[in-house]
Design a protein around this ligand. Sequence first.
Ligand SMILES: Nc1ncnc2c1ncn2[C@@H]1O[C@H](COP(=O)(O)OP(=O)(O)OP(=O)(O)O)[C@@H](O)[C@H]1O
Ligand SMILES: [Mg+2]
Length: 443
Amino acid sequence: MKVAAAKPDLEKWRRRVREARLLRPTGKVVRVIGLTVEVRGIAARIGEICHVHVPGESPVVAEVVGFREDVTLLMPLGELRGIYPGCTVVPQGRGLEVAVGDHLLGRVLDGLGRPMDNGGAAAETAPPGVHFVPVDRPPPNPLSRQRISEVFATGIKAIDAFLTCGRGQRLGVFAGSGVGKSTLLGMVARYAGADLNVIALVGERGREVRDFIEGDLGEEGLARSVVVAATSDQPALVRLKAAFVASAIAEYFRDRGRHVLLLMDSVTRFAMAQREVGLAIGEPPATRGYTPSVFALLPRLLERAGTGPQGSITAFYTVLVEGDDLNEPITDAVRGILDGHIVLSRDLAAKNHYPAIDVLQSVSRLMPEITGAEHQAQAARLRDLLATYRQAEDLINVGAYARGSNPQIDAAVDAYPRIMGFLRQHMREKSTFEETMAAFFSL
Ligand SMILES: Nc1ncnc2c1ncn2[C@@H]1O[C@H](COP(=O)(O)OP(=O)(O)OP(=O)(O)O)[C@@H](O)[C@H]1O
Ligand SMILES: [Mg+2]
């Protein structure tokens, strides 16, 4: 107990030392091109925070993003207003940090982890003894991670029955625009059995943030959630940070043994933000304009979720599939990193079948390890029926299939309406795991 009580104090003093006004080499702004600030005279590392001093105003906070010849390239984490050649730049000797703790529950934070709702002032007024953690952290050592063995009930019938997830699993929700990704995430946030939710809204429209918080999440959902939001009008670097800030907050709770649900909408906008940063510092565009650093950064973000030595982060990441093309580069890269994918289909949405989960195209890679033989056999049988129906669908629809010519197709035709009825779920309807299983085994 003694050790635990002493820890915040130690952290406080560490912080004091870090923030003490020691003699630091300062530099000067030489140029500003687009969003990058070129600085000469400082020796700072990639990811280090610098203050750009503008007389009469609070300093502009910026981060080191690269180097070119003898200049250091910075990108602002706020507005560039007031900067001019010759401004003093002071490296802070640390990367971005975020205040974490139970006080974050029920709060809406900006991309840098500062509260932006009315419930309180800035992070500087966080309760005493609060922890600060670095936003950029490596994923846990793979050998220290617990194996995933427990089911994570999402409250969504199609997922729990056909794409059962494990506690600590990471899944992608892939769909074109407007097919129901955000709505599905909202349902998972309300109905899933996690201790708490951490929700990152990255690069979404401003209207959607309130829609999500008030419409999808509701008061009860918000009370056990931490929301981090960086809308599309925020600087690219802030949108990037939002994803890492949310991951850092989720890790804080996981490392205290909690079972966290991390929801990120969307990874595509995160990738787009990194593309903007990459292009601004002179990286060559590669596949579809995405720069190589985008593909290097994706695993660094997505591997942070999952299990640790204790606790877990079960994560759902949405991916916007441009032009409904599942081979689009971000879709492809993300699918390769995660432990499963849920594909939403525009065809199903157009038939008013919601959630528009295409069971045949989706997979949970951990399902065989966490479900029993009976469950797997039932899922396989129903998938076979769906696949048979899908193959013969065109013939059936034009009336070219004569009943009796193939017993397998006959069985599929009989079962199809029941299976589709089971898969449909209104967004205000929760189904517990037991209810889902009862309905699933009676199909
Ligand atoms: N479960 C559902 N029940 C009924 N309607 C739904 C459901 N899910 C989605 N919809 C309909 O689809 C519309 C778009 O959904 P949503 O905003 O979740 O899509 P999205 O994939 O997140 O879109 P975007 O790509 O623009 O972010 C909703 O406004 C709603 O009308
Ligand atoms: Mg959306």
